[in-house]
Design a protein around this ligand. Structure first.
Ligand SMILES: [Zn+2]
Length: 446
């Protein structure tokens, strides 16, 4: 190896590797990590990482870039740039709110082509599970879908109807046979409908009243039972409560194949913030109490939460204005995952850097069997993020790379700033600017 001249050497960083946090150099050649050592030989290019933390780049398993069909809400060009600015190199796009939704092989192919042309990050695609779509699952699996997403309550979009119990059961049987997970938005349709009918007013408090934690718990319980019955792998997206996590973790200890995801906004904001901020902070399940937020942090510290994903769900500005009950439910925060975990997790609560790498990169890649992604290891893709761990910054709209500069995090101060993001050895973001020259490609379960 002495004569080898590497394409790139990242020199002198603090590296968060599966073997521990170590000081050293990383050599990248032809897009892959080829050496991690205290000191490696020279590269054709070098990046000085002295004083910086080097983490595996984020693998964001849950977001909505809305392409094709609703690129006026976001699109993969701007969405992937925002992901890169937040330290991400891979994302999984949900089957909605692109339109038509990704429930057939034809729509999968259309989305793959659109994202392959527009995205600067690598991407996986979720298939949808809706009434009548179980027969499409084989073909979607053949195309490389990472799994199948179902709603247990109204999705907010008529073209993506909720999965009734039999659809969910049939879908889980099919997914178990295909060896792919089913992801559920777990809120009870009958309970959310009844609570919404009883809620008075049009403000944030009314929306909170319409979706109490109980709605989430009832749906999680039922999804766990169905997963146990069918043998399917279950992924519960955006769990908003410590009790929801605890319920699923208990089932996992008893043998149910379940992974638990939460989102940065449940770890950062509370229901009081929602009342202050209004529609920009509206999401479902809604933001919870300060006590519930602390319970979630405890479940993270205990190792019960497997994955943190952004659930970036942007829309056009007019849908985030006015009446909270009518506003679009979704928080556009794809750039803020690492700052939230580094500042509120590491600095404020002592969460280890190794655990943060697990939550945003390593476990996401493992759970969905994306080989070569998610950790700093020889043989893996050169997907990594350089972070200035102690550098404070206040998020302003000029930092945001997303299409519409609407984010509940605007004005928030964090310690831990993303400096540079690499995807397969290519710097796609550096010092505030997008630098990508090539586009991303499809990743699929191995
Ligand atoms: Zn979502």
């Amino acid at each position: 190896m002495e004569s080898m001249r590497y394409d790139l050497v990242i020199r002198g960083g603090t590296l968060v590797t599966p073997a521990g946090v170590v000081a050293g150099d990383i050599a990248i050649h032809e897009g892959r990590i080829v050496a991690i050592d205290p000191e490696v030989a020279g590269g054709a290019n070098e990046i000085d990482a002295n004083g910086l933390l080097v983490l595996p780049a984020i693998v964001d398993v849950h977001l909505h870039f809305n392409e094709p069909g609703r690129t006026d809400w976001e699109g993969a060009a701007t969405g992937s740039r925002a992901l890169a600015a937040g330290g991400g190199a891979v994302f999984f796009d949900m089957p909605l709110n692109s339109t038509p939704c990704t429930v057939t092989a034809r729509e999968f192919d259309r989305k793959r082509q659109a994202l392959g042309a527009a995205s600067i990050a690598d991407f996986g695609l979720w298939g949808g599970l809706v009434p009548g779509s179980v027969g499409e699952m084989d073909e979607l699996a053949g195309r490389g879908a990472v799994g199948f997403k179902a709603f247990m309550c109204d999705s907010g979009l008529p073209e993506f109807p909720r999965a009734d119990d039999m659809t969910l059961l049939d879908g889980m049987h099919a997914a178990a046979r295909l060896g792919l997970p089913v992801a559920v938005h777990a809120e009870s349709e009958s309970l959310t409908r009844a609570y919404a009918a009883a809620a008075t007013g049009r403000d944030a408090r009314a929306f909170l009243t319409s979706r109490p934690v109980l709605c989430e718990l009832e749906a999680i319980q039922r999804a766990l039972l169905f997963a146990q019955e069918t043998g399917a792998a279950l992924h519960i997206v955006h769990v908003s409560s410590g009790r929801g996590v605890a319920m699923a973790a208990k089932a996992r200890a008893e043998g149910v194949d379940v992974s638990i995801e939460t989102c940065p906004h449940y770890l950062f904001f509370t229901d009081a913030d929602f009342e202050r901020l209004g529609a920009v902070a509206k999401c479902a399940p809604p933001l919870r109490s300060a006590a519930e937020r602390e319970d979630l942090w405890h479940e993270i510290a205990a190792g019960s939460v497997n994955i943190v994903a952004s659930d970036h769900s942007p829309t056009e500005p007019s849908r985030k204005a006015g009446d909270v009950m009518d506003a679009w439910g979704g928080i556009a925060g794809v750039q803020s995952t690492l700052p939230v975990l580094l500042d509120r997790g590491h600095h404020a609560r002592g969460l280890s850097l190794a655990r943060i790498a697990d939550l945003v990169a390593t476990t996401p890649a493992q759970r969905f069997r994306i080989r070569g992604k998610g950790s700093l290891a020889v043989g893996n893709d050169g997907d990594l993020v350089l972070v200035d761990l102690d550098r404070p910054f206040t998020l302003s709209d000029c930092d945001l790379q997303q299409r519409h500069k609407i984010s509940p995090y605007l004005g928030a101060t964090f310690r831990g700033r993303v400096r540079q993001t690499l995807r397969r050895g290519e710097t796609i973001f550096a010092d505030g600017s997008i630098t990508a020259r090539t586009t991303g490609r499809l990743v699929r379960p191995s």
